[in-house]
Design a binder for this molecule. Structure first.
Ligand SMILES: CCCCCCCC(=O)SCCNC(=O)CCNC(=O)[C@H](O)C(C)(C)COP(=O)(O)OP(=O)(O)OC[C@H]1O[C@@H](n2cnc3c(N)ncnc32)[C@H](O)[C@@H]1OP(=O)(O)O
Length: 152
């Protein structure tokens, strides 16, 4: 499988609970290209239940959108410069400045979740990303993110 966007994060940026490879207790979310959009897949462990055992905890959903959105912003910004993540030159990294999540229906446990990102727009320092999280082909949550370029 192709390398994930997060695989190109520098060691010092790889401690994120959601997606850092250097966080042994983390989720290790992996985001990749899906045509012009981005995609990640994740199967929550049983301890991430919400109020009832067969629904996913909303905080986990927000965290998956957060990490996928920030990684997608970095990938979109690289592509806008005709570069790929990990290519020569200064890496472009983003952090989440704002994330709005709409929980549209309960998210079922025990099913691989599909998280998608779509570029809405970007300017010199900001990237707006539209996000969805689906189970069984149904959108359970959607999100809007503003990611801001991290000043190294
Ligand atoms: C590097 C890889 C890490 C992996 C990331 C995984 C995803 C994450 O969980 S990131 C962690 C959560 N996010 C954070 O901790 C970020 C905390 N916030 C910050 O560090 C800063 O507020 C930061 C960097 C977002 C912006 O600060 P700063 O660099 O001083 O820029 P600032 O001038 O305030 O803002 C830049 C632009 O964004 C806008 N902006 C900033 N925050 C917001 C916001 N919440 N809503 C709307 N607009 C905003 C500003 O208005 C400004 O716009 P313009 O340039 O048009 O005037």
């Amino acid at each position: 499988m192709d390398a994930a966007f997060q695989d190109f994060y520098a060691e010092k940026f790889s401690h994120c609970h959601g997606c850092g490879k250097n966080n042994p207790a983390g989720h290790h979310l992996k985001s990749r290209w899906d045509g012009d959009d981005t995609i990640a897949r994740f199967l929550p462990k049983p301890e991430y239940s919400g109020g009832v055992p067969d629904h996913v905890y909303g905080g986990l959903i927000a965290s998956l959108l957060d990490c996928h959105g920030a990684a997608s912003a970095a990938a979109f910004a690289h592509r806008a410069q005709n570069r790929e993540m990990g290519s020569e030159g200064e890496p472009i990294r983003y952090v989440t400045a704002s994330l709005k999540v709409d929980f549209r229906r309960p998210t079922p446990m025990g099913i691989e979740l599909v998280i998608k990102g779509k570029l809405r727009s970007m300017d010199e320092r900001k990237v707006w990303v539209d996000l969805t999280l689906s189970a069984n082909g149904e959108v359970c949550a959607s999100g809007e993110m503003l990611a801001v370029r991290y000043r190294q």
